[in-house]
Design a binder for this molecule. Structure first.
Ligand SMILES: C[S@@+](CC[C@H](N)C(=O)[O-])C[C@H]1O[C@@H](n2cnc3c(N)ncnc32)[C@H](O)[C@@H]1O
Length: 723
């Protein structure tokens, strides 16, 4: 006998979801019996009833019973309301009277109408950490829009509560030609027996807005801090991966904050697309995105080769899962998702053998939204990113916004914070009153090597004026690093009190700036030896070996979120040799009065006082004593964290364009060889016991065995013990 075409069709549809034919047939048999062979109920909404029944096979009997009752009620209601758009599960009035045990229905695999069997190239990768209590999980979340849904954030309609503990990932492909559905567990014992899959938007929904989804719940963390993560498929012609993170909370019954995380590409990869790029971006306002962009072909058109879902899953498992230890404290879902995206992109690009074209997400304001859509970029409706937010997003690859010789990316593998907003500046600028002038006339011939030098001063037989100006000779070697003896002398000066020359002001500008009635005595300033670099007025060329700091940053650095509570930090992505110049501290040049005014309004995290020569003259006016403030305008040095005593960077005053001794560049050099991925730190030289400090107080988490706060607390303990 020829197989019933309806059964064949149902099996084919279920096969797309990875469900075996035998199981489908078994469940179908029961359903047909239960519903008097009424196929239209079974076929409705892309076999919703069948899918639910298949998954309920694995539910506890009580749940299945209750679910069946519920479904019968639903079916009755569907039957009487045909023709009307029903998007919310119809709940019988009696449901209100049910006791809690009677509502343990978990919605799971639920392809919505019009999708799931589309002949498109739609891919959803969903990652779920479902850690809510089973009790909570036993309640149903609304899962399809009701008529008022338009007023609710799109997020709402896609939420499912999975109800199981563990971390799992589901890859779902609705491409008819390469059907695939799989789930992967990271912690097998904790992964739910059946994974929730995202509800897939209907055609209407697809046309009108974005869709995608799955859930991250975390039982161990307070709900209040959860931010949902949604990954949207955009309503755009070019495909992209987009993950969006918003603060949207679920508001109805049991809609405590959920976390949702998902990646999906839209359909219709343009046949002429050449390559893809992936971008992880986020903003200060809490949103984050992972974008996969397919760039249109240039010149000869070639078909883009997408990897098969199986190959992608295997690569993903290798690259993203097996290499991660989920229990590792530094595991971050965001980082994981990013790896996942780049894994996919790598595969696309490798198989396509095309050059990678990066399409950067450009600023998206209201007025430019249309332009973005035409470029294949999606404006996500619930994500209203401020202009500052967009700037931060754009800066993911280069926080310097192309102001430096090298790009310096930022990355946060710990949480969803983005760097606070500041304006990147590659050089110092006077805020208002500081008497700093860069002028050719300010340097006399004696202070530059205008006539004596040609090409490279380091190779000249006689030390030139620049070498003797600050009585060091040349500080740099031909390799561009600081000479060992000069560096060692600076390091021991900084670390060993016995080697320090400390100068005391008669009246300290720091104290005077406080504008108190009685000035406290000067606490002393470390006299620091400086480097004098050749400059534009010198006879040498720009390639002269005595020009290092002025050539700017050359190493591969990265701003990153530290895992140990210090906020953002700076690290190197490559090995750095001892004595290498890393960067200088850039900020607004302020007088002490200006600085004090600022710190009075709000204690600062980013002031550096240029006091290397304070105390060397009788009287230093407040407006001649200077400092740098990197709070609003600065460079990457503003991310350098403090480390007590044994920091891997040391700051050295460097004179370049002005002989005015109270203004100099503060340049950071490596105190030792530094390994790739090491955090870069310097000793702020702060006194943690000084309540009058202009700097925001903080509890030192440097981890150094010489940590001054650790010593202090030990001292306090000793004092307390003695008392
Ligand atoms: C110049 S900023 C460094 C960048 C900063 N971590 C951030 O997130 O922007 C100085 C601030 O970083 C934090 N910080 C720096 N070093 C630290 C340390 N050793 N322990 C704890 N916090 C530190 C303090 O909040 C301090 O006020």
């Amino acid at each position: 006998m020829a197989p019933n075409p309806k059964i064949k069709k149902a099996c084919a549809a279920m096969k797309l979801l990875g469900i075996q034919e035998a199981k489908v047939k078994l469940v179908l048999k029961n359903l047909l019996e239960a519903y008097d062979n009424k196929w239209d109920f079974i076929e409705a909404e892309d076999y919703k009833v069948l899918i639910d029944a298949i998954f309920e096979e694995e539910d506890p009997p009580q749940a299945t019973e209750t679910k069946k009752k519920q479904e019968k009620k639903e079916i009755k209601r569907v039957a009487t309301t045909r023709g009307k758009k029903i998007t919310q599960p119809l709940v019988n009035d009696e449901e209100d009277e049910m006791d809690e045990d009677e509502i343990p229905l978990k919605r799971r695999l639920r392809p919505k109408r019009g999708r799931g069997c589309d002949n498109n190239t739609s891919l959803s990768i969903c990652s779920a950490i479902s850690q809510k209590s089973n009790k909570d999980a036993s309640k149903i979340l609304p899962e399809e829009e009701d008529e008022d849904d338009d007023e609710l954030p799109p997020l709402k309609r896609y939420i499912r509560r999975s109800g199981e503990r563990g971390m799992s990932m589901t890859v779902y492909n609705s491409n008819a030609s390469s059907s695939f559905s799989s789930r992967m567990s990271m912690e097998p014992e904790e992964v739910p027996s059946i994974l929730p899959l995202p509800a897939v938007p209907t055609q209407d929904e697809k046309d009108s807005e974005d869709g995608a989804l799955i859930i991250l719940n975390d039982e161990d963390e307070p709900n209040t801090d959860h931010k949902p993560l949604i990954l949207d498929t955009g309503n755009c012609s070019a495909p992209m991966l987009e993950m969006e993170k918003s603060n949207t909370h679920v508001e109805e019954r049991d809609r405590e904050t959920e976390e949702i995380l998902c990646i999906s590409t839209t359909k219709d990869v343009p046949p002429s697309a050449t390559a893809a790029s992936v971008e992880l971006a986020s903003s200060t306002s809490g949103e984050a995105k992972i974008c996969l962009t397919f760039a249109p072909a240039t010149g000869e058109t070639t078909n883009l080769c997408l990897p098969s879902m199986d190959a992608f899953r295997r690569a993903m498992e290798e690259k993203c899962l097996k290499s991660y230890k989920i229990v590792h404290p530094e595991f971050s879902v965001l980082g994981f998702m990013k790896d996942l995206c780049s894994c996919y992109v790598d595969m696309v690009n490798n198989s396509t053998n095309q050059s990678l074209e990066t399409e950067t997400v450009s600023k998206v304001g209201d007025e430019s939204a249309a332009a973005c859509i035409s470029m294949g970029l999606v404006v996500v409706p619930e994500c209203e990113i401020s202009s500052d937010g967009w700037r931060a997003i754009n800066n993911v690859k280069d926080i310097t916004v192309a102001e430096e010789n090298v790009e310096i990316p930022w990355v946060n593998e710990i949480n969803d914070e983005t760097p606070s907003h500041f304006r990147y500046m590659p050089q110092n600028f006077v805020f208002r009153d500081a008497p700093v002038k860069f002028s050719l006339s300010s340097f006399s011939d004696e202070q530059s090597c205008s006539s004596s030098c040609i090409e490279d001063c380091l190779t000249s037989a006689m030390p030139c004026n620049c070498a003797i100006a600050v009585d060091n000779g040349f500080a740099y070697t031909a390799d561009g690093v600081i000479k060992e003896d000069f560096l060692e002398a600076r390091i021991s000066e900084a670390r060993d009190q016995r080697k320090q020359v400390v100068m005391f002001c008669k009246e300290c500008p720091l104290e005077r700036a406080k504008k108190t009635e009685i000035l406290e005595p000067c606490k002393g300033h470390l006299k620091r030896k400086a480097i004098k670099e050749c400059w534009i007025k010198c006879g040498c060329t720009k390639r002269c070996g005595n020009r290092v700091v002025q050539r700017g940053i050359h190493n591969k650095l990265q701003v990153f979120f530290t895992p140990n509570g210090k906020g953002w930090g700076l690290r190197t992505l490559e090995k750095l040799p001892k004595g290498a110049f890393i960067c200088e501290y850039i900020g607004e040049i302020l007088t002490m009065s200006e600085l004090y005014q600022r710190s009075f309004e709000d204690k600062l995290s980013f002031p550096v006082i240029l006091d290397a020569h304070w105390g060397s003259e009788e009287w230093l006016e407040n407006d001649k004593a200077l400092c740098l403030d990197g709070t609003c305008y600065g460079n990457i040095a503003r991310f350098l964290n403090h480390r007590c005593l044994d920091a891997n960077l040391i700051e050295i005053p460097v004179y370049v364009e002005t002989p005015y001794q109270h203004y100099y560049h503060l340049a950071f050099f490596a105190t030792r060889d530094i390994e790739a991925m090491e955090e870069l730190t310097w000793d702020y030289g702060i006194d943690f016991d000084d309540d009058d400090s202009l700097m925001k107080p903080f509890e030192c988490l440097c981890g150094s065995r010489f940590c001054r706060t650790m010593k202090r607390s030990k001292k306090n303990k000793q004092i307390m013990n003695r008392a």
